[in-house]
Design a protein around this ligand. Structure first.
Ligand SMILES: [Zn+2]
Length: 100
């Protein structure tokens, strides 16, 4: 069973080449914000920069990397693939906690 894989959601063994791959990329919006001259006037760059540097002091390199770009890759069996496609973001999360 060298080529079989385990489903990352339910843990069952999937026959070779019968699994689905889910790739998720999470990254900051790469687009530049459309700032008006008035917006720029209202920004306090020195203050914002100082706050950012303060924040960065408390973060590890991994934390910083996570804020920029994060990629996940999962392998799913067919039933889990169907469930994933029906609700890719796993909504609703908060409401389901503590219930059956
Ligand atoms: Zn599964």
């Amino acid at each position: 069973m060298a080529n079989s894989v385990l489903c990352d959601l339910c843990g069952r063994t999937i026959p070779p080449h019968a699994h689905y791959v889910v790739r998720i990329e999470v990254f900051a919006d790469p687009k530049m914000p459309n700032l008006t001259a008035e917006d720029v006037d209202n920004l306090d760059f020195q203050k914002a920069l100082a706050e950012l540097i303060d924040q960065m002091k408390t973060l590890s390199e991994d934390d910083l990397q996570d804020q920029v770009y994060k990629q996940f890759e999962y392998r799913l069996c067919r039933p889990c693939q169907i469930r994933f496609l029906a609700n890719p973001l796993g909504k609703p999360r908060e409401q389901n906690q503590g219930r059956n």
